[in-house]
Design a protein around this ligand. Sequence first.
Ligand code: ADP
Length: 493
Amino acid sequence: MSSHTEYDHFVDGEFVASTSTERIDVVYPYDGEVWASVPDGTASDVDRAVATAREAFETWRETSPSERRETLYAVADALDDHAEELGTLETRQNGKLLREMEGQAQGLGEWFRYYGSLAETDRGDTVPVENKDGQLFNYVTHEPYGVVGAITPWNSPLMLTTWKLAPALAAGNTFVHKPSEQTPVSALRFAEILRDETPLPDGVYNVVTGAGETGAVLTNHDGINKLAFTGSTATGRKVGEAAGRALNPVSLELGGKSPTVIFPSADLDNAINGVVKGIFAATGQTCLAGSRVLVHEDVRDEFVERFTERAQSVELGDPMDRDTQMGPVAFRDQWEKVRHYIDLGAEEGAEIAFGGDQPDDLPGDCFIQPTVLVDVENHMQVAREEIFGPVASIITVEDEADAIETANDTDFGLAAGVWTEDMRQAHRVAGAIDAGTVWVNEYRTISLRSPFGGFKDSGLGRENGAEALNEYRQSKSVWIDLSGEVDDPFTMG
Ligand code: ADP
């Protein structure tokens, strides 16, 4: 486990050296061990990968539905076989719990099976058209865009890659992937497994590693036909701007400041578990973190007391240890950012009911206690900006109308939680909250069959579910004239 590995980019089925000697270290956040490095990719590295993907597109787009299904099923089997290895790699990169990363890796095969099945069972349409007394035949097919440029973050690296890659390949595209500079190794190993253990042709999935600048080069490359991005809203805007300039389609899955509303009728045991799940699981490092907790005034005191007690009991430790409940923050800059927001919350007038410190008995410099901020008001920065750490901002609300208004008073709209035993209230509030996902009496559940994505500044487009296939393909309408006559060239008909 302590060996140091130097990786290269993965293009056209092989590891290829960068044109630059600049490298980026990969660190295990638990103890700070540097265990690998990858190239900081250049514009010519990106050129090479895009040219490869373009060439591979010409053959991949022609594969039959059953070939595509078979290939994607083989990818699924390979993922299943390597779930433990890939999960461990992911934990070594971002410090998230092994049980979470391994669990994610074990589930990813299903995405490839689902989109493989859609590739096989997909059909076009024939469309009744009235023009020329019905003597025209119209049909609609689906065409891939071409080369997808995908940029992913560090928090769930392979899962967020899969959400893009599986539908993109199913639709017939090829792929150039720039993983996060914190977590590039799992993508490289995944690419190698695909080459060695599946019939996926070389050049269909390529990985170029590097920092944000490499991402910007890929984003602005004129050989890209579609962009897919998960990350911060600030970077997402840049990706969106580049897509706008090139008139490329883009899907963006961005940040959140998701509200969780607790009403008086809620089962408080469940609600507390759900809030813990929403903000302390994964050390709060998920886009869908339930970071604003809106508690009805009638249950506020009891909730705060019990939730704070619960925060104190969370077991921090080595993410590789299966009893650990919360690991470190993924890297030191992120730790500084989280700490900065906790201080800011206190300056703004919130009270730190618990947390905010690095416990003495843990190694490295990336641990932070689960943190409970109470008396937060929705205008404060800790209620408006994404912290991406284990910091719950608790806001008191007066009634249902206040809860809905406060929930929606945000730039974001990724997700929301509602805790109530009143069925009518559950439906009312779920309907009124502007978010791409609303959970009632649960939090942080996802399915490959159900769409995921954001309203407002939380994104554009949807991942997962059948509709995600349409993010990676365009319709073509074909008209065949059966009348044998073209008359009046000056009238549209
Ligand atoms: P976070 O690490 O908070 O998710 P980012 O949104 O910056 O922050 O990172 C997500 C991904 O976007 C990473 O792979 C990163 O390298 C990449 N990235 C950063 N800046 C840019 C940029 N200007 N253009 C394209 N990709 C970028």
